[in-house]
Design a binder for this molecule. Structure first.
Ligand code: C2E
Ligand code: MG
Ligand code: MG
Ligand code: MG
Length: 278
């Protein structure tokens, strides 16, 4: 590790700021303090509605804003926190920031857009895993209908039985449910008929080739979107980076796009500016 990291404090936070990877020991030592100091910060990546180009929602994505290391991206700490269970605290912290934001819009009479949050599988080991979420949401008094839980494909297809129960309890409380990273690995089309999700998010792997996306890939995307429509699911294409892809997705009636071509994940103030103007 560089001895003079402090020198870099308060430089700009870039998404590719990997000067100092946190070791697992570092993270273990610092995670509780970081949570108390509010270092786990939700950024927001707007989702663009393809029918009219407007912002139709957003995904909350956590960043660890470390006073010494700057912005640490989730891929550097979420996997470790999934293993030691601390991700439960981080997810709830993000969820609380989302509730707080929705509440402030409602108080100001602003038109809210739905926000999605990622839920780690670690929660599902708890008997009443929604109870801590419900406690927070009720404290802020925001409607569950404005919140969507994103659950990853691996979780859903790894244990579809459990997953169906999970979806039911979310729906019973009024939350929406989305299947994240669809098509990234373990998708089994057979399971789709049983799981009562609201939204399908097409994995960014479908779009990683940018302008070089081939016809066969587009054929697959088009079929997946058509299948999702048939099952009455909303569709969100993730990781779209070039405008040609956006145009084609609009042509196949995909509902929303979430990708750098429209916006990167941004801090809350910037997101509100995009939504409501100055
Ligand atoms: P995810 O839930 O699939 O989130 C989408 C990821 O794709 C985000 O990465 C987003 O910044 C990135 N992305 C969006 N558009 C583009 C694009 O056009 N090009 C490229 N190259 N990437 C794009 P991010 O924010 O680094 O998050 C990575 C993963 O970390 C998330 O994948 C999610 O699995 C996990 N994660 C993030 N926040 C949380 C959280 O609060 N709780 C939990 N449990 N996991 C989280
Ligand atoms: Mg997600
Ligand atoms: Mg995803
Ligand atoms: Mg992911």
């Amino acid at each position: 590790e560089a001895p003079n990291t402090r020198h870099f404090t308060c430089t700009f936070y870039s998404d590719v700021d990997r000067r100092n990877l946190l070791t697992e020991q570092d993270m273990e030592n610092r995670m509780h303090g970081a949570l108390e100091r509010g270092e786990f910060v939700a950024y927001f990546q707007p989702k663009q509605r393809l029918s009219d180009g407007a912002i139709g929602g957003a995904e909350a994505l956590v960043r660890w804003i470390d006073p010494v290391r700057g912005l640490v991206p989730p891929d550097d700490f979420v996997p470790f926190f999934e293993r030691n269970g601390f991700i439960i605290n981080v997810d709830l912290c993000v969820f609380e920031q989302v509730c707080k934001l929705l509440k402030s819009w409602l108080d100001q009479g602003k038109e809210p857009v739905p926000i999605s949050v990622n839920m780690s599988r670690a929660h599902l080991r708890e008997h009443d895993f929604l109870a801590p979420y419900e406690e927070i949401r009720e404290r802020y008094g925001v409607p569950a209908a404005l919140i969507e839980f994103e659950l990853t494909e691996t979780l859903v297809f790894g244990d579809p039985e459990t997953f169906m129960g999970v979806i039911d309890s979310m729906h019973a409380r009024g939350y929406r449910c989305s299947l994240d990273d669809f098509g990234s690995g373990y998708s089994s089309l057979n399971v789709l008929k049983d799981v009562d999700i609201d939204t399908m998010k097409l994995d960014r792997a479908f779009f990683s080739a940018g302008d070089a996306t081939g016809q066969r890939e587009w054929d697959v995307v088009e079929s997946v979107v058509a299948l999702a429509k048939k099952l009455d699911l909303d569709t969100v294409a993730e990781g779209v980076e070039v405008s040609g892809q956006a145009v084609r997705l609009r042509g196949m009636d995909c509902d929303m796009l979430q990708g750098y071509v429209f916006s990167r994940p941004v801090p809350v103030a910037e997101f509100e500016k995009m939504l409501f103007g100055e």
